[in-house]
Design a protein around this ligand. Sequence first.
Ligand SMILES: [Zn+2]
Ligand SMILES: [Zn+2]
Length: 182
Amino acid sequence: MTSAALPAPDSTRLNALDRAALHRTLIAQVEAAYRLCREVHPALPRPAVWLDLRGKCAGQAHFGRGGLRFNPVLLDDNRQAFLAEVVPHEMAHWLVHHLEDAGRMRPHGKEWQTVMRRLFGLEPRATHAFDTRRASPAPYRYTCGCREHAFSARRHGLACRGRVYRCRRCAQTLVYQTFMGR
Ligand SMILES: [Zn+2]
Ligand SMILES: [Zn+2]
């Protein structure tokens, strides 16, 4: 298998999605990955999906809770990478965990790598390639007439492309001041 077996929506379309549509797209991608896994493991239970992960971790297969957790902040800023890499990465953990000798396998060991290569057509990598700095909640500082406002990278990007934000209290247009990240 040489190409990714999962749908790969283009980034322009992905970036235009609002948060609800983005979350639906993520869940649909989990379902597509799950269906692929069912072809090799028909008894595999369907994982629940939560978007409740915080900090620098993009995704996590949580076997105690019975599902996959994803980081909504990182998803927002790394949409294509999430669909193309994070979803199959976590689904591969889910599949390997439900194989017979799962207890003896290392998390990113050869079974997991085989699933990534053969089933998803991906190069197995233990960590995700994207930058997690953006997970720091809101490093871009804006001001209005009355206070400072903290913007996320995504919101800052929208402002750069012409979207106007106003302060709810003083109604002035917010003006970019500085980047507070490292
Ligand atoms: Zn992993
Ligand atoms: Zn204000």
